[in-house]
Ligand binder design. Structure first.
Ligand SMILES: NC(=O)c1ccc[n+]([C@@H]2O[C@H](COP(=O)([O-])OP(=O)(O)OC[C@H]3O[C@@H](n4cnc5c(N)ncnc54)[C@H](OP(=O)(O)O)[C@@H]3O)[C@@H](O)[C@H]2O)c1
Length: 294
Protein backbone atom coordinates (compact mmCIF):
# COMPACT_ATOMS: atom_id res chain seq x y z
CA UNK A 1 0.00 0.00 0.00
CA UNK A 2 1.36 3.45 -0.87
CA UNK A 3 1.96 6.01 1.87
CA UNK A 4 -0.50 8.72 2.76
CA UNK A 5 0.34 12.11 1.21
CA UNK A 6 0.10 14.97 3.71
CA UNK A 7 0.11 18.42 2.10
CA UNK A 8 0.80 21.61 4.03
CA UNK A 9 -0.17 24.85 2.29
CA UNK A 10 -2.88 22.87 0.49
CA UNK A 11 -4.94 25.98 -0.26
CA UNK A 12 -2.24 27.28 -2.63
CA UNK A 13 -1.72 26.58 -6.31
CA UNK A 14 0.65 23.61 -6.00
CA UNK A 15 -1.03 22.14 -2.93
CA UNK A 16 -4.48 22.22 -4.48
CA UNK A 17 -3.45 20.62 -7.77
CA UNK A 18 -1.21 18.08 -6.06
CA UNK A 19 -4.04 16.99 -3.75
CA UNK A 20 -6.36 16.52 -6.74
CA UNK A 21 -3.84 14.50 -8.73
CA UNK A 22 -2.86 12.34 -5.77
CA UNK A 23 -6.53 11.52 -5.15
CA UNK A 24 -6.98 10.74 -8.85
CA UNK A 25 -4.17 8.22 -8.46
CA UNK A 26 -6.13 6.63 -5.63
CA UNK A 27 -3.77 7.93 -2.93
CA UNK A 28 -4.88 8.64 0.61
CA UNK A 29 -4.46 12.44 0.98
CA UNK A 30 -4.57 14.76 3.97
CA UNK A 31 -4.67 18.29 2.55
CA UNK A 32 -4.05 20.95 5.22
CA UNK A 33 -4.76 24.63 4.57
CA UNK A 34 -3.00 27.39 6.50
CA UNK A 35 -6.06 27.69 8.75
CA UNK A 36 -5.86 24.00 9.64
CA UNK A 37 -2.10 23.82 10.04
CA UNK A 38 -0.04 27.00 10.45
CA UNK A 39 3.54 25.85 9.96
CA UNK A 40 4.87 28.78 12.02
CA UNK A 41 3.31 27.09 15.05
CA UNK A 42 6.14 24.82 16.27
CA UNK A 43 3.79 22.00 17.23
CA UNK A 44 1.11 22.32 14.52
CA UNK A 45 2.36 19.94 11.87
CA UNK A 46 3.30 17.16 14.28
CA UNK A 47 -0.34 16.88 15.28
CA UNK A 48 -1.12 15.59 11.80
CA UNK A 49 1.96 13.59 10.76
CA UNK A 50 2.35 9.85 11.30
CA UNK A 51 5.15 7.48 10.50
CA UNK A 52 5.15 6.34 6.86
CA UNK A 53 3.44 9.56 5.68
CA UNK A 54 5.00 11.48 2.82
CA UNK A 55 4.66 15.14 3.69
CA UNK A 56 4.83 17.68 0.86
CA UNK A 57 5.43 21.14 2.25
CA UNK A 58 3.77 23.54 -0.19
CA UNK A 59 3.29 26.19 2.50
CA UNK A 60 5.29 29.33 1.84
CA UNK A 61 5.26 33.09 1.98
CA UNK A 62 5.23 33.59 -1.79
CA UNK A 63 4.57 37.32 -2.11
CA UNK A 64 7.97 38.09 -3.59
CA UNK A 65 7.58 41.87 -3.58
CA UNK A 66 5.79 42.17 -0.24
CA UNK A 67 8.56 40.10 1.38
CA UNK A 68 11.02 42.98 0.88
CA UNK A 69 9.06 45.01 3.43
CA UNK A 70 8.24 42.04 5.67
CA UNK A 71 11.40 39.92 5.93
CA UNK A 72 10.52 38.64 9.40
CA UNK A 73 7.22 37.18 8.24
CA UNK A 74 8.86 35.69 5.13
CA UNK A 75 11.56 34.06 7.27
CA UNK A 76 9.01 32.85 9.82
CA UNK A 77 7.21 30.83 7.14
CA UNK A 78 9.90 30.02 4.57
CA UNK A 79 12.75 29.24 6.95
CA UNK A 80 11.56 28.61 10.50
CA UNK A 81 8.21 27.10 9.53
CA UNK A 82 9.90 24.79 7.04
CA UNK A 83 12.31 23.71 9.77
CA UNK A 84 9.40 22.93 12.13
CA UNK A 85 7.83 20.72 9.47
CA UNK A 86 11.15 18.92 8.96
CA UNK A 87 11.58 18.33 12.72
CA UNK A 88 8.03 16.99 12.91
CA UNK A 89 8.69 14.60 10.00
CA UNK A 90 11.98 13.44 11.47
CA UNK A 91 10.37 12.81 14.87
CA UNK A 92 7.43 10.92 13.35
CA UNK A 93 9.51 8.87 10.93
CA UNK A 94 7.73 10.40 7.92
CA UNK A 95 9.30 11.39 4.60
CA UNK A 96 9.44 15.03 3.50
CA UNK A 97 9.42 16.80 0.17
CA UNK A 98 10.03 20.53 0.58
CA UNK A 99 9.50 22.97 -2.28
CA UNK A 100 12.05 25.62 -3.12
CA UNK A 101 12.66 28.06 -5.93
CA UNK A 102 14.82 29.17 -8.84
CA UNK A 103 15.10 32.50 -7.00
CA UNK A 104 17.88 30.96 -4.88
CA UNK A 105 20.05 31.77 -7.92
CA UNK A 106 21.26 35.22 -8.94
CA UNK A 107 21.37 34.91 -12.72
CA UNK A 108 24.93 36.26 -12.73
CA UNK A 109 27.37 33.86 -14.35
CA UNK A 110 31.08 34.12 -13.75
CA UNK A 111 31.95 31.71 -16.53
CA UNK A 112 30.43 33.36 -19.59
CA UNK A 113 27.11 32.56 -21.25
CA UNK A 114 24.08 31.72 -19.13
CA UNK A 115 23.19 28.03 -19.01
CA UNK A 116 20.49 26.28 -17.02
CA UNK A 117 21.43 26.01 -13.35
CA UNK A 118 22.48 22.60 -12.05
CA UNK A 119 21.50 21.48 -8.58
CA UNK A 120 25.02 22.09 -7.25
CA UNK A 121 25.68 25.47 -8.89
CA UNK A 122 26.49 28.39 -6.62
CA UNK A 123 23.43 30.01 -5.11
CA UNK A 124 23.08 33.76 -4.61
CA UNK A 125 19.52 34.95 -3.99
CA UNK A 126 18.79 38.58 -4.85
CA UNK A 127 15.59 39.03 -2.83
CA UNK A 128 14.26 38.51 0.68
CA UNK A 129 12.01 35.78 -0.70
CA UNK A 130 14.98 34.00 -2.30
CA UNK A 131 17.14 34.35 0.80
CA UNK A 132 14.43 33.02 3.12
CA UNK A 133 13.73 30.09 0.78
CA UNK A 134 17.46 29.26 0.57
CA UNK A 135 17.73 29.41 4.35
CA UNK A 136 14.71 27.08 4.40
CA UNK A 137 16.60 24.55 2.24
CA UNK A 138 19.49 24.54 4.73
CA UNK A 139 17.18 24.41 7.74
CA UNK A 140 15.19 21.50 6.34
CA UNK A 141 18.27 19.46 5.40
CA UNK A 142 19.92 20.11 8.72
CA UNK A 143 16.79 19.02 10.63
CA UNK A 144 16.21 16.07 8.32
CA UNK A 145 19.07 15.05 6.02
CA UNK A 146 16.86 12.52 4.22
CA UNK A 147 14.38 15.19 3.07
CA UNK A 148 14.00 16.08 -0.59
CA UNK A 149 14.33 19.72 -1.63
CA UNK A 150 12.57 20.30 -4.94
CA UNK A 151 13.38 23.58 -6.67
CA UNK A 152 10.88 24.65 -9.25
CA UNK A 153 10.08 27.85 -11.13
CA UNK A 154 7.49 30.17 -12.68
CA UNK A 155 4.56 27.90 -11.83
CA UNK A 156 1.31 28.44 -13.70
CA UNK A 157 -2.01 26.80 -14.37
CA UNK A 158 -3.84 29.34 -16.53
CA UNK A 159 -7.38 28.86 -15.26
CA UNK A 160 -9.83 31.71 -15.86
CA UNK A 161 -10.14 32.43 -12.15
CA UNK A 162 -6.40 32.05 -11.50
CA UNK A 163 -3.93 34.66 -10.33
CA UNK A 164 -0.84 33.13 -11.93
CA UNK A 165 1.05 34.69 -14.85
CA UNK A 166 -0.54 32.47 -17.51
CA UNK A 167 -4.04 33.19 -16.22
CA UNK A 168 -3.39 36.93 -16.49
CA UNK A 169 -1.95 36.63 -19.99
CA UNK A 170 -4.86 34.49 -21.09
CA UNK A 171 -7.31 37.13 -19.86
CA UNK A 172 -5.31 39.73 -21.81
CA UNK A 173 -5.49 37.51 -24.90
CA UNK A 174 -9.28 37.50 -24.62
CA UNK A 175 -9.29 41.29 -25.03
CA UNK A 176 -8.11 43.42 -27.92
CA UNK A 177 -5.37 45.57 -26.36
CA UNK A 178 -1.63 45.05 -26.61
CA UNK A 179 0.16 43.79 -23.52
CA UNK A 180 3.69 44.71 -22.39
CA UNK A 181 5.70 41.77 -21.08
CA UNK A 182 9.28 41.73 -19.85
CA UNK A 183 11.72 40.16 -22.27
CA UNK A 184 14.85 40.32 -20.10
CA UNK A 185 13.94 37.68 -17.52
CA UNK A 186 14.66 34.15 -18.68
CA UNK A 187 13.47 31.12 -16.75
CA UNK A 188 11.68 27.79 -16.77
CA UNK A 189 7.90 28.17 -16.89
CA UNK A 190 6.42 25.15 -15.17
CA UNK A 191 2.91 23.79 -15.59
CA UNK A 192 1.61 22.92 -12.16
CA UNK A 193 0.11 19.63 -13.38
CA UNK A 194 3.56 18.46 -14.55
CA UNK A 195 5.14 19.56 -11.28
CA UNK A 196 2.53 17.66 -9.27
CA UNK A 197 3.27 14.53 -11.29
CA UNK A 198 6.98 14.91 -10.53
CA UNK A 199 6.25 15.39 -6.83
CA UNK A 200 4.21 12.20 -6.79
CA UNK A 201 7.09 10.37 -8.44
CA UNK A 202 9.50 11.74 -5.82
CA UNK A 203 7.04 10.64 -3.13
CA UNK A 204 7.82 7.09 -4.21
CA UNK A 205 11.20 7.58 -2.54
CA UNK A 206 13.32 6.11 -5.33
CA UNK A 207 15.23 9.27 -6.21
CA UNK A 208 18.88 9.30 -5.20
CA UNK A 209 19.62 13.04 -4.79
CA UNK A 210 18.42 15.26 -1.93
CA UNK A 211 18.22 18.47 -3.96
CA UNK A 212 16.28 18.23 -7.22
CA UNK A 213 15.15 20.52 -10.00
CA UNK A 214 11.63 19.95 -11.32
CA UNK A 215 10.69 22.41 -14.07
CA UNK A 216 9.48 22.08 -17.64
CA UNK A 217 12.34 21.67 -20.10
CA UNK A 218 14.11 24.51 -21.88
CA UNK A 219 14.06 28.20 -21.12
CA UNK A 220 12.27 31.29 -22.36
CA UNK A 221 11.54 34.87 -21.42
CA UNK A 222 8.25 36.01 -19.93
CA UNK A 223 7.65 37.68 -23.29
CA UNK A 224 8.10 34.38 -25.18
CA UNK A 225 5.89 32.57 -22.69
CA UNK A 226 3.16 35.18 -23.18
CA UNK A 227 3.47 34.92 -26.97
CA UNK A 228 3.11 31.13 -26.72
CA UNK A 229 -0.07 31.53 -24.67
CA UNK A 230 -1.50 33.95 -27.24
CA UNK A 231 -0.68 31.48 -30.03
CA UNK A 232 -2.32 28.59 -28.20
CA UNK A 233 -5.57 30.46 -27.60
CA UNK A 234 -5.74 31.75 -31.17
CA UNK A 235 -4.89 35.39 -30.36
CA UNK A 236 -2.39 37.42 -32.36
CA UNK A 237 1.03 37.08 -30.66
CA UNK A 238 2.05 40.41 -32.21
CA UNK A 239 -0.18 42.01 -29.53
CA UNK A 240 2.46 40.97 -26.99
CA UNK A 241 5.11 43.70 -26.81
CA UNK A 242 8.56 43.10 -25.34
CA UNK A 243 9.72 45.56 -22.68
CA UNK A 244 12.65 45.72 -20.29
CA UNK A 245 12.09 45.07 -16.60
CA UNK A 246 13.07 48.70 -15.98
CA UNK A 247 9.66 49.58 -17.45
CA UNK A 248 7.94 47.83 -14.54
CA UNK A 249 10.20 48.42 -11.52
CA UNK A 250 9.26 46.18 -8.61
CA UNK A 251 10.43 46.11 -4.99
CA UNK A 252 12.14 42.70 -5.27
CA UNK A 253 14.88 42.17 -7.84
CA UNK A 254 14.38 39.08 -10.01
CA UNK A 255 17.27 37.08 -11.46
CA UNK A 256 17.68 37.97 -15.13
CA UNK A 257 18.32 34.27 -15.79
CA UNK A 258 17.15 31.40 -13.59
CA UNK A 259 16.41 28.44 -15.88
CA UNK A 260 16.77 25.13 -14.05
CA UNK A 261 18.63 22.18 -15.54
CA UNK A 262 16.98 18.78 -15.23
CA UNK A 263 20.15 16.86 -16.13
CA UNK A 264 21.32 15.85 -12.64
CA UNK A 265 17.78 15.27 -11.40
CA UNK A 266 17.19 12.95 -14.36
CA UNK A 267 20.42 11.11 -13.54
CA UNK A 268 19.04 10.67 -10.01
CA UNK A 269 15.92 8.99 -11.44
CA UNK A 270 13.43 11.82 -11.86
CA UNK A 271 11.53 11.68 -15.15
CA UNK A 272 12.22 14.97 -16.98
CA UNK A 273 9.21 17.24 -17.33
CA UNK A 274 8.11 17.90 -20.93
CA UNK A 275 9.46 20.96 -22.81
CA UNK A 276 7.93 24.25 -21.65
CA UNK A 277 6.29 24.98 -25.02
CA UNK A 278 4.45 21.63 -25.06
CA UNK A 279 3.34 22.25 -21.48
CA UNK A 280 1.88 25.66 -22.42
CA UNK A 281 -0.15 23.93 -25.15
CA UNK A 282 -1.42 21.32 -22.69
CA UNK A 283 -2.28 23.93 -20.06
CA UNK A 284 -4.21 26.09 -22.51
CA UNK A 285 -6.11 23.08 -23.77
CA UNK A 286 -6.99 22.09 -20.21
CA UNK A 287 -8.09 25.66 -19.43
CA UNK A 288 -10.70 25.43 -22.18
CA UNK A 289 -12.07 28.15 -24.47
CA UNK A 290 -11.14 31.78 -23.85
CA UNK A 291 -13.47 33.72 -21.55
CA UNK A 292 -15.64 36.09 -23.52
CA UNK A 293 -14.56 39.73 -23.51
CA UNK A 294 -16.59 42.07 -21.31
N1 LIG B 1 4.46 30.03 -7.74
C1 LIG B 1 5.66 29.99 -8.26
O1 LIG B 1 5.91 30.49 -9.37
C2 LIG B 1 6.78 29.29 -7.53
C3 LIG B 1 8.04 29.24 -8.15
C4 LIG B 1 9.07 28.56 -7.50
C5 LIG B 1 8.83 27.93 -6.28
N2 LIG B 1 7.61 28.02 -5.70
C6 LIG B 1 7.43 27.35 -4.41
O2 LIG B 1 6.41 26.38 -4.56
C7 LIG B 1 5.72 26.22 -3.32
C8 LIG B 1 4.22 26.33 -3.53
O3 LIG B 1 3.95 27.62 -4.03
P1 LIG B 1 2.54 28.03 -4.65
O4 LIG B 1 2.79 28.56 -6.00
O5 LIG B 1 1.54 26.94 -4.46
O6 LIG B 1 2.21 29.27 -3.70
P2 LIG B 1 0.81 29.81 -3.19
O7 LIG B 1 -0.25 29.59 -4.19
O8 LIG B 1 1.09 31.19 -2.70
O9 LIG B 1 0.50 28.87 -1.95
C9 LIG B 1 1.23 28.95 -0.76
C10 LIG B 1 0.32 28.44 0.33
O10 LIG B 1 1.05 28.50 1.57
C11 LIG B 1 0.11 28.87 2.56
N3 LIG B 1 0.77 29.43 3.72
C12 LIG B 1 1.33 30.66 3.89
N4 LIG B 1 1.78 30.79 5.15
C13 LIG B 1 1.50 29.62 5.78
C14 LIG B 1 1.69 29.16 7.09
N5 LIG B 1 2.28 29.91 8.03
N6 LIG B 1 1.27 27.90 7.41
C15 LIG B 1 0.67 27.13 6.48
N7 LIG B 1 0.44 27.52 5.23
C16 LIG B 1 0.85 28.76 4.88
C17 LIG B 1 -0.78 29.90 1.89
O11 LIG B 1 -1.99 30.00 2.60
P3 LIG B 1 -2.72 31.42 2.77
O12 LIG B 1 -3.06 31.85 1.38
O13 LIG B 1 -3.88 31.10 3.63
O14 LIG B 1 -1.71 32.32 3.42
C18 LIG B 1 -0.97 29.27 0.51
O15 LIG B 1 -2.08 28.41 0.50
C19 LIG B 1 6.32 27.27 -2.37
O16 LIG B 1 7.32 26.67 -1.60
C20 LIG B 1 6.95 28.27 -3.30
O17 LIG B 1 8.02 28.94 -2.68
C21 LIG B 1 6.57 28.68 -6.29
Amino acid sequence: MSSRIVITGAGGLVGRVLAGQARQQGRDVLALTSAECDITDPSASERFISSDDVVVNCAAYTKVDAAEADPDRAAAVNTVGAEYVAHACARAGASLIHLSTDYVFSGAFHDGEPRPYDIDDDVGPLSVYGRTKLAGEFAVLSAMPTAYIVRTAWIYEGRDDGSDFAAGIRRAAAGTDTVDVVADQIGSPTYVVDLAEALLQIAGGEISEAVLHAANGGACSRYEQAQAIFEEVGADPARVKPVGSDRHPRPAPRPPYSALSEVKSAAAGLTPLRPWRDAVAAAMEAAGPLPSTP
